[in-house]
Design a protein around this ligand. Structure first.
Ligand code: ZN
Length: 324
């Protein structure tokens, strides 16, 4: 019973790893997440990858403590299922039961952001931190939270959907969830292009045609993506800088809400958008957030665990179950 199996279910990639209790990964497999078939297609893909890992490492099931899963949601962790995932073409996807039936070991299911904060707590900067928040800024925005050393889960395992905090009360942009004004609709990888288009159409039409951002997008507003906006801002394109300032204004409100609600001493930040653009996101957030915060400011920094943070949390859960 010396090893654990972690599973990271993303909308695009599925990763499975066998690791030691100290988080050292022995072997890892990565595949594209299955996009077709019946509701058992995904659990069957995971089972196949675990069988391959066991075969390739020569490890026996008796040497495995358990399986931990960090998954895109929404989840019902008590039933062990994903409920109608927005980014996968399935209805309810059973995860815990098919894996327990096959391997007869404990299977623990967590929301991916919850899993990430567990990864930070066990293997990252969150060791010995009792009040810890992880914020991911990626295709979407999400969070995981420890308060007083307790991992927050919520009734179905979906606590702290912080990407759906309202940051724009006028609600100019529609979020993927169907509501208006949510943080994710303005500042995530999927929201930034639409926010940039809105700002350009409202204020900067003329400037767009003389800007680097305009040139990069072929003067086609529909071609703008998040990377273009940040890349242009990094080389001091005036228009891109103005857009990034607006994005960061809403980031500051989002972070302030998180700090006011959870009172963390440390916030770590990850997700592809934050990891690639930390130098123009974090300083602004650190500068502007205090204006909206009543609690004492926490330390805010980029996670050192990169894009393995969800997988590492799943590995911790494989050893500890829900006793995290
Ligand atoms: Zn939303």
């Amino acid at each position: 019973m010396r090893y654990g199996i972690g599973v990271d279910i993303g909308a695009t990639n599925l990763r499975v790893a066998i690791a030691r209790r100290d988080g050292v990964i022995i072997k890892k497999l990565s595949e594209k997440t299955v996009k077709g078939g019946d509701n058992l297609a995904l659990p069957n893909q995971i089972i196949g990858m675990i069988e391959r890992l066991l075969h390739e490492t020569g490890l026996d099931l008796e040497e495995i403590c358990g399986i931990g899963i960090g998954s895109i949601g929404p989840l019902d962790i008590r039933k062990g299922i994903i409920i109608k995932p927005a980014n996968l073409p399935f209805e309810n996807v059973p995860l815990v039961e098919p894996l327990e039936d096959r391997f007869h070991i404990r299977v623990t299911l967590l929301n991916d952001c919850t899993s990430a904060v567990v990864g930070e707590k066990y293997y990252g900067s969150g060791k010995n931190v009792e009040n810890l928040v992880y914020v991911t800024i990626s295709t979407g925005i999400g969070g995981g939270v420890y308060v007083d050393g307790h991992l927050l889960l919520g009734k179905d395992g979906n606590a702290h959907e912080i990407g759906h905090l309202v940051v724009d009360p006028e609600g100019r942009l529609l979020c993927g969830c169907g509501s208006k004004g949510h943080w994710e609709a303005y500042c995530s990888g999927s929201g930034i292009p639409r926010f940039a288009r809105l700002l350009i159409e409202e204020h900067y039409k003329e400037q767009y045609h003389k800007s680097l951002l305009g040139e990069m997008s072929g003067y086609n507003l529909d071609a703008i993506d998040a990377k273009m906006v940040y890349d242009a801002a990094k080389v001091y394109d005036n228009l891109a800088i103005k857009i990034v300032e607006r994005i960061n204004f809403y980031n500051a409100i989002g972070f302030a809400d998180v700090i006011n609600v959870y009172d963390p001493s440390l916030i770590t930040v990850g997700g592809s958008v934050a990891l690639h653009n930390s130098e123009i996101i974090l300083p602004y957030v650190l500068n502007k957030t205090p204006k909206y915060v009543i609690n004492k400011m926490p330390e805010i920094k980029i996670t050192t665990l990169g894009d393995e943070i969800v997988l590492l949390g799943a590995i911790a859960a494989s050893f500890k179950g829900l006793d995290l």
